[in-house]
Ligand binder design. Structure first.
Ligand code: SAM
Ligand code: SF4
Length: 431
C-alpha cells in the first residue's frame, strides 16, 4: 500500500512542478514514506536522515518530509528529536502534501499533518489521473481496520475501515489499463472487508474484469472473517481472478488466536480453505505468521508448524512478535527471545522446504507468464505466473505486457527459469 501511496504522492506533487529524481544528492525535497508494522521502522528513518545530512553537508538543506504510518504514530517525537525533519504527514492526510511543501518553501516551520481525512484524501486523489504505468499495478480499494488484533498498529495508524466507491475505482482501473497495466492488484488492509453501499469485493471484481485489456486481477490482504460466499463464488466465475489467495492466519493455536483477538478458530480457517478449494480446485494459499506471540508455548508453536505442513502454503511471511507501543499486546510478557528465534528459524526452514518441493513440481510444466519488465543490462525478461511466482526467460524481443506460455527448466529459492515452448510467436499464446 505504501507503494500505491508513493505513486499517488508523485501524482500530487507533479501539480507543483516537483518531479522524481534518481540523483539523490541533488534532490531538493525528500519524502520518506514509512511503515510502522514492526519495530526498527523509526530507527530506519533516523538512519536515512543521517545519510541525507551527510550528502548535504556543504549544500542547501533539502525539504525533509516523513510520510506514512511512522509519521502518524510518532510524528511529534520525530519532529522533536530530529530537527532536520521539516514536517510529518500521516497516511490519511497526504493529499495536503502540496500545501505543506509550498509552506515549507516559504518558511522553515515544522508541521504536523496527521488528521484522518480519508474521504477528503480520496476526493483529491480522484481528481488526478493515476500515472502508474507498471504492467502489474496496485489499486487501493479499502483502507483501515476495525478488527483490533492485539498486536497491530493498523487501526491506530490507518484509522477505521473505509471503502472507495465502485465508480471511482472502475475509473482508476481504466486509467491504469490505459497506462498499460495488464494486471491489477486490489489492495486493502482487509481488502475483503470492502463494502461500499452494500457493494462487496466480488461486485468490484466483476466490474473491473470487464476491462478488455486487463488480463489478471489479484487482491490482498484478506482476513478470514471477511470471506463471504459471493467472494468464494467469484473464484469459480471470474477467469481473470488469479488462483492464489493471501490469507494470513498468524498462528495454528486456538489459544493464541484467541489471545490475539483474531475472532476465529483454526477449524473455521480450515473450513474456509476447503470451501475455496471446492470452488476452485487449483487454488493455492499464502499466509502471514507471528512467531513467539506472548503466551506461545512449544505446543502452540507445534500447532503452527502442523498447520503449515497441512496447508502447504506456497509463500509465507513469518516474523517474531514485535511489541508495538500503543497496542494492547505491548506490555505483555514476552516469550524468551532465544526461544522465539529458534522457533522462527525452524519454522522458516519448514516453510522453505515446502516451497522448494512445490517448485520442483513446476519443473517441465508449461505455464502462462505475464511479463513485466526487462532485467537491467541483460537480455532477460521478468514476469509472474498465475501463482505470483517470479519467472525469468531469455529473450531478444520485448515481452513486457505479454502473456506467454513458458516451460519451466529450473528453479532457485526465489525465481523460476524457463524457455518458450515454441519459436517466439507470442501473440499466439497471449491470453
Ligand atoms: N489485515 C491482515 C490480516 O489481519 O490478516 C494483515 C495486515 S497486517 C498490516 C500485515 C501482517 O503484519 C500481519 O498479517 C502480521 O503477520 C504482521 N504484523 C502485524 N503486527 C505485527 C507485530 N506486532 N509483530 C509481528 N508481526 C506483525
Ligand atoms: Fe492489523 Fe489485520 Fe488485525 Fe486489522 S485485522 S488489526 S490490519 S492484523
Amino acid at each position: 500500500m505504501n507503494e500505491y501511496d508513493s505513486t499517488r504522492i508523485l501524482d500530487l506533487t507533479k501539480k507543483i512542478n516537483y518531479v522524481p529524481t534518481t540523483n539523490l544528492s541533488e534532490a531538493n525535497c525528500y519524502i520518506l514514506n514509512t511503515c510502522h508494522i514492526r519495530e526498527k521502522a523509526t530507527d530506519k528513518v533516523y538512519h536515512d536522515i543521517g545519510r541525507i545530512k551527510k550528502n548535504f553537508r556543504n549544500k542547501i538543506k533539502p525539504i525533509i518530509l516523513v510520510a506514512g504510518c511512522v509519521a502518524q504514530a510518532e510524528g511529534e517525537i520525530l519532529l522533536k528529536k530530529e530537527k532536520y525533519i521539516d514536517a510529518v504527514i500521516g497516511p490519511q492526510s497526504y493529499h495536503k502534501i502540496n500545501e505543506m511543501i509550498l509552506n515549507l518553501e516559504k518558511k522553515s516551520k515544522s508541521e504536523n499533518f496527521t488528521e484522518f481525512d480519508v474521504i477528503e484524501k480520496f476526493d483529491t486523489l480522484n481528481s488526478l489521473k493515476n500515472s502508474d504505468s507498471n504492467i502489474s499495478s496496485f489499486l487501493t480499494v479499502q483502507e483501515g481496520c476495525d478488527k483490533f488484533c492485539k498486536f497491530c498498529v493498523v487501526p491506530y495508524t490507518r484509522g477505521p475501515e473505509f471503502s472507495r466507491t465502485i465508480k471511482e475505482l472502475t475509473k482508476e482501473a481504466n486509467q491504469l489499463a490505459e497506462n498499460g497495466a495488464k494486471e491489477i492488484i486490489l489492495l486493502g488492509q482487509n481488502v475483503n472487508a470492502y463494502n461500499n453501499k452494500k457493494k462487496r469485493l466480488s461486485d468490484l471484481i466483476f466490474e473491473i474484469s470487464k476491462i478488455k485489456n486487463l488480463k489478471r486481477i489479484r487482491y490482498s490482504t484478506s482476513h478470514p472473517l471477511d470471506f463471504s460466499e459471493d467472494l468464494i463464488e467469484a473464484h469459480k466465475n471470474f477467469k481473470k481472478l488469479m488462483p492464489v489467495i493471501h490469507l494470513p492466519v498468524q498462528s495454528g493455536s486456538n489459544k493464541i488466536l484467541d489471545a490475539m483477538n483474531r475472532k476465529h478458530t483454526i477449524n473455521e480457517y480450515l473450513e474456509l480453505i476447503e470451501k475455496l478449494k471446492n470452488a476452485k480446485p487449483n487454488i493455492k494459499f499464502s499466509s502471514d505468521f507471528i512467531i513467539g506471540y506472548p503466551g506461545e508455548t512449544d505446543e502452540d508453536y507445534q500447532q503452527t508448524v502442523k498447520l503449515m505442513k497441512n496447508i502447504e502454503f506456497i509463500h509465507s511471511y513469518s516474523f517474531i512478535f514485535s511489541a508495538r507501543p500503543g497496542t494492547p499486546a505491548f506490555g505483555l510478557k514476552k516469550v524468551d527471545q532465544k526461544i522465539s528465534k529458534e522457533r522462527l528459524i525452524n519454522f522458516q526452514s519448514i516453510a522453505e522446504r515446502i516451497k522448494t518441493n512445490y517448485r520442483k513440481t513446476l519443473i517441465n510444466k508449461i505455464i502462462p507468464v505475464l511479463f513485466e519488465n526487462k532485467i537491467k543490462n541483460e537480455n532477460k525478461y521478468f514476469g509472474r505466473d498465475e501463482y505470483f511466482n517470479s519467472v525469468v526467460v531469455q529473450s531478444d524481443n520485448n515481452l513486457s505486457g505479454k502473456i506467454i506460455n513458458v516451460r519451466i527448466l529450473k528453479s532457485n529459492q526465489n525465481t523460476l527459469y524457463g524457455k518458450f515452448i515454441s519459436k517466439l510467436n507470442y501473440e499466439n499464446f497471449a491470453a
